[in-house]
Each structure stands twice: as structure tokens, then as C-alpha cells.
Ligand binder design. Structure first.
Ligand code: ASP
Ligand code: MG
Length: 406
């Protein structure tokens, strides 16, 4: 088999950990497999590089940020390749550029446009274990280093697995799989043996930290077989697979929470065609990802309110844009609420079972938790609640759907 293994920050967090990674790679090779490795930066490195940059400048250029941040993965890739060689296997480190990871030129949030596997495939065929720096790529003209956004080495791994037509993409992290909810909040949260791409996608974009959501989307689109497992244990982990009939018997498979969103409300906006387009185009132009949007029906058909959520990291830009548009529209005011959390219940079974949303609302109300915003998809119900009720809401919903019995 050809296996792509991705090791996250804690898995390569120290020289000792890197040796453990090399041992695992060696074991996989000894079992007769070909292996390609993708690594994250050593844990904390990306954060600390960002902090240093902002200690020096409030407005570092994205181009320079990419050069800075890409260094983290280059360090861990080269160290990991060296470690693998000490176990008697040929190994070679590649930067994203050397590994043919081509991206657009959107610095710090680049998208992969192509993976040219020539060099990596050649290395594998010559018996090497290529170790590729995750999270980074190069523009089409092979000139500029780019990075793929936080958590982007998951995406590197899935994209390389797809390009190499690997049999399996193993994502090694510090938890042994995907849980029904955060075990730090609910002690009897269960590890799922399998989860569908759709559910994983919802959970990942809802704040479950095991996998970057773009990587799940990619895996889903290209049908890359992914398993999430721990580099600290031999637990088989959680397999991410296509939705099948067995899974539909479970209505709900997870409860997620996200404390990283803030809500912006624009009061007194004229209720006429084009207003939402104007506002959200301006927000999109700043590359801000809006999550939930709620617009009230205006009673007299003239004035309404629009509320939406954005990542806390984008608050200042989003507020600036909102205030500018509010002024143009002569809206009454722009309000910000940072003390919110999004609680989401996810399950493919919702496609065929009714009453899930009603049950959620009932449970929350029984616990005196007020719901500020609601959004649903075919397989998810999300509610915005006061930040201080996050843990309580997660716990009571996990209990109500008996997820400890999955
Ligand atoms: N090192 C990058 C980050 O911390 C990418 C990754 O680890 O996936 O976001
Ligand atoms: Mg990660």
C-alpha cells in the first residue's frame, strides 16, 4: 500500500517526538508499505512566529508573513527526514515548493491549484520516504512562497494523498480519533469508529479541532480515504468514509461548539433589494468568512435588522466595513457581541428523522438557555447561545441524544 501520513504539531513537538514519528514510519515501511510524510510545524511554533511578527509590526505584509510562517514546517520536515534515516531508511525532506504544491497567490490563505508529484513520486519509487513541509506551497510561476491558512497541513496531506493516488491518508494528532463531543467537557464522550465526510465536514467547520475543514471538503470531493488517529497510541482511530446505510441508524453523531465567532448586528437597515448583497460583498472583499446570517422580516416593510457571525479574528475589519455600509445606508447602529458560542448537533440521520430541532430547543429551554440565532442544514442544527452556557449546553444535548451509548 501507499500510505500518506501526516503528523501534527504535538506529534513532532520535540526531538523525542520526532524520533517516535520516525519509528512509526519505519514500522509502516517494514510492513511493506510505501510511505510519504507530511508534517506540521513543531507545536507552538506557528503561533510564536505570528506573535513575534506582531511584536515588531501591526501591519506585516502577507508576503512576508508567508516566508516567516513557512519556516516552521521546513524545520520539522528536515528534522523528521533526518530521524527516519537514523532508522536505516532513505528519506528526503521537501519544501512545499519542491514537492510541487502549486497554489494561487492569495498570501496566508492560498488555495492549492495543482500538485505536481513528479519529484515526490520519483523519490518514493527510488525507495525514499519523502517528508514534505505541510501548510505551504508556491505560486504557479514558482516564485512566491504561500501558506494555506491555519491548520493547512491537513489539506497538504489530503491533496498529496489524492495526487499520489495513495491508498490511505493517516492524520496523526494528539487525540485518538473523532469524539461525539469534546471529552474535556463531557467525560463519557465516545470515540466514533467511523464518521461520514458530511458529518466530519460539519463538525470540523463547527470547531471540532481534529481536522481542518477544507481538508475534509477536499477528501470528500476526491474520495480520499482518511483516518484520524493518535501518534501517542496504537488506537485504530476514526475512519472518515462515505455515508452508508449503517450510519443512518444513528440520528445524531456529535455535538460541537465554537467559541471563536462574534455576532455583528446592524439595526435599522432599509428593507429593499440589494442591501444584503452590498453588505456581504463588502465583507467578502475583505476575505472574511461569514457564518450565520439572520435577517428579520420588517413589520412595516421598510426597516429591518441584519445579524451575522464572523470569526473573532476578523472583528475589527468586519466592524469597520459594517460601520461604513451602515453609514451609507443611514442605518441606526452597529452592535457587536463577542460573548457568544455556537452549539451544533450533527448527524446524517436528520435527513430522515424529524423532530431533532424541536428536541434541541426543548432541552435548551429546560435548562434556561436562551437561543439567539438558529441555523440548520440537512444534517445539522446550530444555535447561538450566551458564551457562559457553552459547556452546559453541550452536556445536556450530549445526554439528551444519548451519545454516550453510541
Ligand atoms: N503550522 C500551521 C498552523 O499551526 C499549519 C498546521 O499545523 O496545520 O496553523
Ligand atoms: Mg492541525
Amino acid at each position: 500500500m501507499l500510505i500518506v501520513q501526516k503528523y501534527g504539531g504535538t506529534s513532532v513537538g520535540s526531538p523525542e517526538r520526532i524520533k517516535e514519528v520516525a519509528k512509526r514510519v519505519a514500522r509502516c515501511k517494514n510492513e511493506g508499505n510505501d510511505v510519504a510524510v507530511i508534517v506540521s510545524a513543531m507545536s507552538g511554533v506557528t503561533d510564536s512566529l505570528i506573535a513575534k511578527a506582531y511584536e515588531i509590526s501591526q501591519t506585516p505584509s502577507n508576503h512576508d508573513m508567508d516566508i516567516l510562517l513557512s519556516s516552521g514546517e521546513i524545520v520539522s520536515a528536515s528534522l523528521t527526514a533526518m530521524a527516519i534515516e537514523t532508522f536505516g531508511f532513505k528519506s528526503i525532506a521537501f519544501t512545499g515548493s519542491q514537492a510541487g504544491i502549486i497554489t494561487d497567490n492569495c498570501h496566508t490563505k492560498a488555495k492549492i491549484t495543482k500538485v505536481d508529484t513528479k519529484r515526490v513520486a520519483k523519490a518514493i519509487s527510488e525507495g525514499y520516504v519523502p517528508v514534505i513541509a505541510g501548510f505551504q506551497g508556491v505560486t504557479d510561476d514558482l516564485i512566491d512562497i504561500t501558506t494555506l491558512g491555519r491548520g493547512g497541513s491537513d489539506l497538504s496531506a489530503v491533496a498529496v494523498a489524492e495526487a499520489l493516488k495513495a491508498d490511505l491518508c493517516e492524520i496523526y494528532t494528539d487525540v485518538d480519533g473523532v469524539y461525539t463531543t469534546d471529552p474535556n467537557i463531557v467525560k463519557d464522550a465516545r470515540k466514533l469508529e467511523k464518521i461520514s465526510y458530511e458529518e466530519m465536514l460539519e463538525l470540523a467547520s463547527l470547531g471540532a479541532k481534529v481536522l481542518q475543514s477544507r481538508s475534509v471538503e477536499f477528501a470528500k470531493n476526491y474520495n480520499v480515504k482518511v483516518v484520524v488517529r493518535s501518534s501517542f497510541t496504537d488506537d485504530p482511530g476514526t475512519l472518515i468514509v462515505k455515508e452508508d446505510s449503517i450510519m443512518e441508524q444513528v440520528v445524531v453523531s456529535g455535538v460541537a461548539y465554537d467559541k471563536k465567532q462574534a455576532r455583528i448586528t446592524i439595526h435599522g437597515v432599509p428593507d429593499r433589494p440589494g442591501i444584503a448583497a452590498l453588505l456581504f460583498t463588502a465583507i467578502a472583499n475583505e476575505n472574511i468568512v461569514v457564518d450565520m446570517i439572520v435577517q428579520n422580516i420588517s413589520i412595516e416593510g421598510t426597516i429591518t435588522d441584519i445579524s451575522f457571525t464572523v470569526p473573532k479574528t476578523d472583528i475589527s475589519k468586519a466592524m469597520e466595513v459594517s460601520k461604513k455600509i451602515a453609514k451609507e445606508l443611514k442605518a441606526a447602529e452597529v452592535l457587536l457581541n463577542e460573548d457568544i458560542a455556537k452549539i451544533s448537533v450533527v448527524g446524517v440521520g436528520m435527513r430522515t428523522h424529524s423532530g431533532v430541532a424541536a428536541k434541541i430547543f426543548k432541552i435548551l429551554s429546560e435548562n434556561n438557555i436562551n437561543i439567539m440565532m438558529i441555523s440548520t442544514s440537512e444534517i445539522k442544527v446550530s444555535c447561538i447561545v450566551d458564551l457562559k452556557y457553552t459547556e452546559l449546553a453541550v452536556r445536556v444535548l450530549h445526554d439528551a441524544f444519548e451519545l454516550n451509548k453510541i
